[in-house]
Design a protein around this ligand. Sequence first.
Ligand SMILES: C[S@@+](CC[C@H](N)C(=O)[O-])C[C@H]1O[C@@H](n2cnc3c(N)ncnc32)[C@H](O)[C@@H]1O
Length: 306
Amino acid sequence: MPNPTKPPHLGPQYAAQFQDPSVVSVYHLRPPVPDEVMTCLTALLTDAPNSRVLDLGCGQGELARPLAARVRSLDAVDWSRAMVEAGMRLPGGDRLNLRWITAKAEEAPLSPPYDLVTAGQSLHWMDWDLMLPRLASVLSSAGLLAIVDWDVTPPPWADALRTVIQRLSTNRLYRPYDLVDELVTRGLFAPINRRQTEPVPFGQATADYIESLHARNGLSRDRMGRQAAQAFDRAVSRATAPFEDDGHLRLATVGVVVWGRPLAPDVPGPGGPVAASAIVTTTPSGGVSSLSVQHSPVPSGATKQI
Ligand SMILES: C[S@@+](CC[C@H](N)C(=O)[O-])C[C@H]1O[C@@H](n2cnc3c(N)ncnc32)[C@H](O)[C@@H]1O
């Protein structure tokens, strides 16, 4: 079967927006990672304190910094120097076992083998045909790739927000998609299991919530231009106003972790399609018996604009 072309709205020209100063400076306002995501990732490591982990598209280290405290070593790779530099200054960013690498993950200098590769809201931006076979070659024989996403549960103003994003996003090519389906279709990933976390409520000042949206795909202030950004802010203010309480919004964050084996379709043997399909059929629980797995139809993060 021919390998379909990667959707054009996920091209590197859009991935590059995470180098924009306007995105980097408000990135910390995006929804917090649920603790349960970290628990799930740790549970995927059979010998957590001795594990070696690679975090792809680490950004400011939302996953890498807390995970580094639980493992032997963690290599955190991101294409955006500005994101990495911000992460180094955040709590846990100076841990000795945390190695920050500024490079495209497809070509970054790595130190395999890794017991776990994590990709938080980032794998969709990479060159899948290069990245997944590369991951197959750097994972240990029992190592796993965990594709991680988290976001707010749909707020009451979700429809209005979608409309204004469609009108003003700089990513005119965007269309909904599911990252795991895209990878499976291409024979690049064999999922083993998934876990969706319980929603964790949090409050956020409306002004910060609006800024957090400018840290997302297509909404970088640097690219939108002043007029469009102001029109966006006004429209979101109008949409959220009925739900505001003393200048704050009530939100909840929920995470999804899908773990499995990356595949190198052209390479027979470990990491190739034969080994990976054996994993899928023989370990339906992913070998992580302590995790309760739910299959409710929550979108994988890749269906939205992140
Ligand atoms: C939405 S952010 C996610 C950051 C972090 N993992 C998190 O969840 O907070 C996506 C990140 O992927 C990075 N990225 C995009 N393409 C990349 C590539 N080819 N190699 C490495 N990093 C990349 C961007 O620079 C950005 O920091």
